[in-house]
Design a protein. Sequence first.
Length: 136
Amino acid sequence: MKKLLPHPLPGTPDALMTKTGYVRHCVEAGRACYHRRLNDPRFPRFHAYVSMNDQGMEIDLHFDALDSISHKGNHNQPWAYTGGRVNEEMHRLLEAMCGRICLKEIYHSSELPAPVSSVPPLKKKRGLFDILFKPM
């Protein structure tokens, strides 16, 4: 799905995409690529190509998913480019860029996202009594 955010822009493309929860990860064919993960694994995620032209900032958004069985992407599927999920995300993205929704709503939760840590959480050690007399 493509949308144009006309000039004057409320910020730079990088600042606007960061404000909406997207992370820049590369440049393809002269367009900056951004993504927003839905959870910890790489997929599923929203993927946006952003380019500037005389009219403003063009956002080309689609949904990336990975088939866990065949390990193939969904780029040949029409639902990845249009429909409820993509329409809702584009609406949320444009509303956030214009400052009409707050940061908490950008992340779809009541709290800001917690920093990602590579250290696994500590498990509570079981005592001898717990091992011998309590069910697992």
